[in-house]
Design a protein around this ligand. Structure first.
Ligand code: ADP
Ligand code: MG
Ligand code: ZN
Length: 491
């Protein structure tokens, strides 16, 4: 039987505020356990939460950037459950009146655009963390540094129909939050995490199938693998006439399987009710308008503009707009050189390869946009070839040296454009390779490239390659003419 896949995603994004959502403790990651705590975030009796205004602002930003309606009034609610990392015995979240609703995000999969609905975005506090020492000493510790750190929960409609679409949505969402500079997007450290709800149904059936919720996937690759595994698992069950049970499953990346964690809880299990310690959140139109003013150009807009303005292909535009800083680097370089296609090629082939090998991001790139521009100008002016430029780039990168012209001069890399000097070298090369020349004349065209290579080698790569090609062609033509047997006509 053929099944259709249905996926809805819940994203939790940790916000980059300096302090927590309901107290003034720091949000810094990696401090001594429980260093960032106070009576509020450890849930001591009588302590009262005070809402961090910046969290609301960030939520509005995220909502506007994902085409949501911003509610003028939203309400914090208590979600009650017991767990040792939750000191109050409830999580402060939003329930029936969230701050953002009814948005969407457009994704591209296989060259086709698709709109994914966003049901809601709400603000909530994170929980602490249990620490289980490796020595199985029989104790567990609890660290409340993360308790009360602000989160946005972004819930999608069940609009995705494949793991590719799910990953595209997640990447798009992460890009937006990072462009807004409200989340660092770090999946490994858990500051951008997702739960995937997956079900399948026979094609043509309108009713959704029963879903499982997948947790614990800390990379895009794991999200994809976990969803694919889940689709296979559900298909097996249905094909054998069984029934999927609604449950939460944990992805085990090492074993590449998911295991059941708990049966599905329902909203009423949590006994949600409005938190009496917090007033409803009021957001007026003036505030919304002011926040809208601060929105940067968003990834999709930037991508479209790069394609139109610089005439670069979709894939290149996508890579270059992968982060705001990378896009800025590109534009700063183009402003100096002009040839956008050349800058794009150099960034995609050289610069990003060096950064990847080095596990660096563009922020700490040793070559500045000015440095790269000055190098590319040397190519455009014919002072050096593209090949030599790659060597110079390597020197610049390794030595944090942005003086391309200085390196070219110091290393004597200026291109040889002198036809006479090159002609001499070509004659020498031909004289040194009589057999190859003969094979070439017998039609082995590939030998031509070999001879060009020999000339380049003689000049340590400095010969102007175009000129070498021309001169070598002429020289060979002359040689061939000379070796031609005399014409018989008329004799
Ligand atoms: P809960 O809060 O209990 O997880 P929600 O109704 O908020 O439940 O839904 C959570 C997510 O599950 C949403 O992203 C929604 O789109 C998705 N979802 C709901 N029903 C299905 C289904 N049958 N198959 C796949 N995803 C679903
Ligand atoms: Mg859920
Ligand atoms: Zn605190």
């Amino acid at each position: 039987m053929d099944f259709e896949v249905v996926i809805g995603l819940e994203v939790h994004a940790q916000l980059l505020t300096r302090t927590k959502i309901f107290c003034s403790c720091a949000t810094t990651f990696g401090n001594e356990p429980n260093a960032n705590t106070c009576p509020v975030c450890t849930g001591l009796p009588g302590a009262l939460p005070v809402l961090n205004r910046q969290v609301v602002e960030y939520a509005i930003k995220a909502g506007l950037a994902t085409n949501c309606r911003i509610a003028e009034k939203s309400v914090f609610a208590r979600k009650n459950y017991f767990y040792p990392d939750l000191p109050k015995g409830y999580q402060i979240s939003q329930y029936d009146l969230p701050i953002c609703e009814a948005g969407f995000l457009d994704i591209m999969v296989d060259g086709e655009q698709k709109r994914i609905g966003i049901t809601r975005i709400h603000m909530e506090e994170d929980a602490g963390k249990l620490v289980h020492p490796d020595d199985y000493s029989g104790v567990s510790y609890v660290d409340y540094n993360r308790a009360c750190v602000p989160l946005l929960e972004i819930v999608s409609e069940p609009d995705m129909r494949s793991s590719d679409e799910a990953v595209a949505y997640l990447k798009g969402m992460r890009d937006i939050l990072m462009y807004l500079e409200i989340c660092d997007g770090n999946m490994e450290e858990g500051s951008f995490r997702c739960d995937a709800n997956v079900s399948i149904r026979p094609f043509g059936q309108e009713e959704f199938g029963i879903r499982a919720e997948l947790k614990n996937m800390n990379s895009f690759r794991n999200v994809q693998r976990a969803i694919e595994y889940e689709i296979g698992r559900q298909r097996d069950i249905l094909e054998q006439g069984g029934q999927v049970v609604q449950e939460t499953r944990l992805w085990d990346a090492d074993k590449s399987i998911s295991v059941s964690m708990r049966g599905k809880e329902e909203a009423h299990d949590y006994r949600y009710f409005p938190d009496p310690d917090l007033l409803p959140v009021q957001v007026d139109q003036l505030w919304i308008a002011a926040v809208r003013e601060t929105l940067p150009e968003l990834p999709q807009d930037k991508r479209a503009r790069f394609m139109a303005e610089y005439e670069i292909p979709p894939h290149d535009a996508e890579v270059l707009t992968g982060s705001r800083l990378l896009a800025d680097y590109f534009e700063a370089t183009v402003a100096k050189v002009g040839n956008a296609k050349m800058v794009s090629n150099w960034m995609l082939s050289e610069l990003l390869r060096y950064l990847n090998d080095d596990k660096r991001t563009i922020e700490s790139c040793p070559v500045s946009p000015d440095g790269l521009a000055s190098l590319l100008k040397l190519i455009e002016a014919g002072t050096i070839s593209g090949k030599i430029a790659k060597k110079v780039f390597s020197t610049m990168y390794a030595g944090k040296n942005n003086d391309a012209a200085g390196i070219v001069k110091a290393q004597g890399l200026v291109q040889i454009d002198d036809s006479e000097a090159l002609g001499e070298i070509i004659k020498q090369v031909l004289a040194a390779h009589p057999e190859e020349v003969e094979k070439l004349q017998q039609g082995k065209a590939k030998i031509f490239g070999f001879l060009v290579g020999q000339v380049m080698r003689q000049t340590r790569g400095k010969a102007n390659p175009g000129l070498v090609n021309d001169l070598l062609g002429q020289e060979l033509a002359a040689k061939t003419a000379k070796n031609q047997p005399p014409s018989v006509s008329g004799s």
